[in-house]
Design a protein around this ligand. Sequence first.
Ligand code: SF4
Length: 350
Amino acid sequence: MKEIEGNVLTEKSKDQKKFQKAEILLEVKNLKKYFPIKAGVFRSTVGWVKAVDDVSFYIKKGETLGLVGESGCGKTTVGQTILRLIEPTGGHVFYNNVDLFKLSKGQMKKYRSKLQMIFQDPYGSLDPRMRVKDIIAEGLKYAGMKNRKERYEKVRDYMQRVGVSPTYMNRFPHEFSGGQRQRIGIARALVLNPELIVADEAVSALDASVQAQVLNLLDDLQQEFHLTYLFIAHNLSVVRHVSDRVVVMYLGKVVEIANKHEIFSDPLHPYTKALLSANPIPDPTVKRKDRIILQGDVPSPANPPSGCRFHTRCWLAQPICAQEEPKLEEVHPGHFVACHFWKNLEDQND
Ligand code: SF4
């Protein structure tokens, strides 16, 4: 693809340059999270569910990194482990060069406000017995703001910023719509002045029109507060809209990382290609010709296939794929792929 047309930089090259000089805010290195499988009278461990297995990527300051994959691929576990909402099995997460996994619970408290999460279920994530003002102010209290009046002053300010009238601050979560509840969840994260927000399926439970409003709000807040987002989602259209770069996961592993233009126009991993081909086209009169139907079910992460984990469903698989695990390699600047035969796919894309 030509990157320069006349003297005008294309959207793709502009986006590539946007974060070239930005510093790395968060680096995930060889992250692992295994859950034990217990059985028998004594509940002894008989195996492990390898939900996240040797995952590495980084996020630059101010960018939005999309994390995509089918349900059960481990993307939510990655988000929760980064924030130490669940403890990792192995690996490192460096935030501003500090290894978060080496910190004690007390030391971690200092970083909690800087790393926040927005959850998928805006109702389930808000305590139904608490008033909205106390839900939003709770983190401030935990962070050491002792004066209640000051806390509520901040709550008013942030409710306003996310588009919920502060006159409703004494209400309970059930008195709000789904979109408003998600805005309250955003205010709760934002009030602590974070640098990084992990948005886990933040708009999936909302109607399409409300989704667009919340996405626009997140975009505005990113500009205003210089936020960095890890945006976890299964909806590729949403990811395409919000992300600068995209990480694709399959069965606990990263299979491809690239800027969004390359992921969506020249995917180099067969799984990414299949995922994109299943994404609906907005125009119902257009019939999709390149749809790839994957055979078989997603294997269990408790017993993942040998070699490349995708080999049981991959239409490009060769005997070596079942024996040797492909490494995640940088095949073009900033474009990483874990496939022995990515070149074949690149030739097909051309
Ligand atoms: Fe398919 Fe083999 Fe590439 Fe895995 S390594 S994605 S099985 S071609």
